[in-house]
Design a protein around this ligand. Sequence first.
Ligand code: GLN
Length: 284
Amino acid sequence: MSGDPTVAALLDEAAARLGAGGAVAPGPDLDAQLLLAYSLGVTRVRLKSHPETVVAAAAARRFRELLQRRVRGEPVAYLTGIRDFWSLPLAVTPAVLVPRPETELLVERALALHAGAGARVADLGTGSGAIALALAAERPDWQLVATDLSAAALAVARANAAALGLTGVEFRQGDWFAPLAAGRFDLLISNPPYVAGDDPALAALAFEPRAALTPGPDALACLRLLAQGAPRHLVRGGWLLLEHGTDQGEAVRRELVLAGFSHVRSQRDLAGHERMTEGQHDQI
Ligand code: GLN
């Protein structure tokens, strides 16, 4: 008889270790499944349908090594190198923020706000390319520009575009509006850093690029800069869409109103939190 563990036993072991950690909850069961499926090179569905499968010692060792790293706080997406966003499997590395489900709200709003063909759209601070690539997949007729200050991040985004065959996105390196030059757009979209530099929440995000998470002491610094600069890069009737923290809706609405935007309103994510704010540029 083999002493090697079964799929079911490894999943139980992992859920117990991840659940006990507290800090890495929620989702110990899902994390365990993603890591075991990755270690074995099979789908999660296969794990569920064949829990009695005996796992060879080498694969079990690989799995337990990943589990140990997960217990120490590394995001599953960095361990497996992949994260689903919208309809897309995106490659991710520690050079980019792990795409979050709530950021899909920006994609949803962009698609709702501009129905027309040929829209000019920029995703500022694209990271893994999540927003721009999701839009490219939905609207192959749109002209998409995706920017990032980080060359390492842009390399990840470009690789994702190539792997997914989404050739329509133009990637440009630079700080916020700089890569847009004098261009004007129908939609400007950004998920900028918006966590205050002294926010204790950053401790749990220590494996992700700090520059993608926090602008420094003033959590609103990038959001404000984007609101103030956007009118010069939007056509009349164009929209600015900004993701922000759950307690920043009121402040971001104020910034958009001060910058001259109309129809300023926030939208809630699936957890019911104000997660993004949009406004229309209707001046010349
Ligand atoms: N939503 C992320 C978090 O709080 C922060 C992302 C960001 O700063 N843009 O985990």
